[in-house]
Design a protein around this ligand. Structure first.
Ligand SMILES: [Cu+2]
Length: 295
């Protein structure tokens, strides 16, 4: 027991020496190398289960971002590691709001290379690869180009920067347009409260969690699908005059990723919803996100 204060003093001394040496090296080698050095450190430490995950991987010949959803804290530098044999170009979607794509980015990463972006503002960032996916402006969705390895899954991804967002409502609505197998808003954000989904389509639609989140067993990813929303049926106009509405209470803050079990299925390897053949918006999956931000 008596050894403890001594150990702390040694740790403090070692830490102080490290800080002094570190700043000296930083001054000598200059900011460019220093920045690159910190980037490779974060990529290296993410192998540990306890370190926050900050890297998105592009595997060879897959044309998907892994993980599909990455949660980070503000001021985190995210690295995209391109293990593919071709370059990739990816940008945020044109969809912008107070919580979505607050800081737009456009990045390019060479084959075998890596690229970084530092996220300062809390919110959601939805991005896609412009060479193997397109932006469908009518649906405001990313769509996969035919022939990609995981078709109908598109090469898109979501970065969730956790933190407070001002002026969020305490309730929200979404609906399913008549004749469309999709939710009109892909992304919704609110303080803990009710979200109402109204079905203006003829046939029934369902809401359910996409299973498998948080993936990777890394505690830094906790908060993605923090509570089970169950399987919720919303009857269409063929059954209920005017279509049915369901209200779901989101009391636990987090990012909820859901899909319609009637018009999409879960890809268990990538933990994503993929469109079923024959649905109206194919290859766009009937999926959506609800961001619940606590105070
Ligand atoms: Cu549906």
């Amino acid at each position: 027991m008596r050894k403890t204060p001594l150990d702390i003093r040694i740790v403090v001394l070692v830490f102080a020496v490290g800080v002094v040496l570190g700043s000296a090296i930083g001054v000598v080698v200059g900011p460019t190398l220093f920045a690159r050095q910190s980037g490779s450190t974060s990529a290296g430490t993410q192998r540990s289960h306890m370190a926050p995950l900050t890297t998105v991987t592009i595997s060879r010949s897959q044309d998907v971002f892994e993980p599909f959803i990455l949660k980070v804290q503000p001021n985190t530098t995210v690295t995209w590691q391109n293990n593919d044999s071709v370059a990739h170009v990816f940008i945020t979607t044109p969809d912008q709001s107070t919580f979505l794509n607050v800081e737009a980015f456009s990045l390019q990463v060479a084959a075998g290379g890596r690229v970084h972006f530092t996220f300062k503002q809390p919110g959601l960032y939805h991005y896609y690869d412009t060479t193997v996916a397109t932006w469908n402006a009518a649906d405001a969705r990313v769509a996969a180009k035919e022939g990609v390895p995981h078709f109908p899954l598109a090469m898109d991804g979501v970065i969730w920067v956790q933190g407070p967002i001002s002026n969020l409502p305490s309730g929200a609505t979404n609906h399913i347009p008549n004749g469309h197998d999709e939710f009109v808003s892909e992304f919704i954000a609110l303080r803990p409260g009710l979200v109402a989904w109204h079905n203006l389509d003829t046939d029934p639609h369902f809401l359910s969690d996409v299973l498998g989140w948080p993936e990777l067993g890394n505690t830094s990813q906790a908060g993605i699908n923090p509570a089970d929303i169950g399987i919720n049926r919303i009857d269409g106009t063929a059954t209920v005059p005017g279509g049915d509405t369901i209200n779901l209470l989101f009391s636990t803050p987090g990012l909820y990723y859901y899909y319609c079990t009637n018009h999409a299925r879960i890809n268990a390897t990538l933990h994503r919803a993929e469109a079923l053949t024959g649905v109206s918006e194919f290859p766009i999956p009937m999926e959506g996100f609800v961001l619940v931000v606590g105070s």
